[in-house]
Ligand binder design. Sequence first.
Ligand SMILES: Cc1cc2nc3c(=O)[nH]c(=O)nc-3n(C[C@H](O)[C@H](O)[C@H](O)COP(=O)(O)O)c2cc1C
Length: 369
Amino acid sequence: MLRPLLFALPPHAAHAFGTAALWPAEALGPVRALVRAVASSSNPAIAVRTMGLDFPTPIGIAGGFDKNALRARALAALGFGFVEVGTVTALAQAENPRPNLFRLPNDRALVNRLGFPNEGAARVCARIEARGGARAVGVPLAVSIGKSRAVDVEDTSAVLADYAESFAHAHRVADFVVVNVSSPNTKNLRALQGADAARALLDHLAAKNAPRKPLLLKIAPDLDDAGLDGVLRVVREGDVDGVVATNTTIARHDLATPGDVVEKIGAGGLSGPPLRARALDVVKRAREALGPTKTIIGVGGIETADHVHAMRDAGADLVQLYTSFIYEGPFVARTLARELAADARREPSGQKRVAEQTNDRGLSSVLER
Ligand SMILES: Cc1cc2nc3c(=O)[nH]c(=O)nc-3n(C[C@H](O)[C@H](O)[C@H](O)COP(=O)(O)O)c2cc1C
């Protein structure tokens, strides 16, 4: 009912409205309990255990929606099986000049070039602590870390120090940490997906990862096959738990939105359904390259339970969404989880197979360590 109203507002105003609307569920325990009762979607048939963590559903809210960890508990109450906050950077930074966020309603897509606006890793992680930590969120909590805009990507030691500073804060509060090297909106960030750069970064963080917490690398959909295979080899060989695939795309293929409109919007990362096929391909290739023990979170254009099944058939253990939360509204996680649970009831053997595979992977990765 609210969507026409929200879509009549500029995207930033709609986002601010949505964040404000979630305040009561974040701040007031009884409201949160009520929302949880309405949106509850956990069901043993769809629960997933991976990376040593228990996920009540396989559907998470993707990085970038709650950049400053203002609404983590409310998002969990809305039925998300895990919450990724951030991306945070060591240095607090403002958004890129506006306009930097666009709707493409004909494609149910978004384009953004926000550029990691956030209050800084220290402040955001202190907020998580002040609100009771990951435990108070009630589902696994991930913190995404990225490079501060002011740090030159060519200055390797500064890049490592910058990520390490964010990592120290994230590691203190998160159940797992996502290392973002794939946003198209921070100049040259994606160069960190090159095999040598990625290995240096992940080794640097892995050396500081004590006590050990799961560490994932978020990758772009725009890598060519050689680039993808290179970074996947680094993940397979490193002390890293897996990948989040994928971030937004700089490609603009097969859009229903007229070309002149797309051109006028200009640079940025495209998200939503136009990304789905490529994200699926990347997940498939990642599963082949990483083998059964690493964790894969599939993200890109997920709107329906069938899309979740397709991602999991391609090899994803878990999925995330962002853009369909904007287009479908606050109960999208609940709807999808209930559909998955209904599918599991209809096809108990299929669900069991998935659960067993996941458990096997979880067990073997624990044994490997
Ligand atoms: C407005 C906006 C901001 C985003 N910010 C981040 C971010 O800070 N960190 C990140 O890892 N991904 C970010 N993303 C990418 C999403 O996490 C996700 O990878 C991508 O949107 C594809 O999923 P979707 O099609 O379900 O939206 C952002 C996406 C959007 C639309």
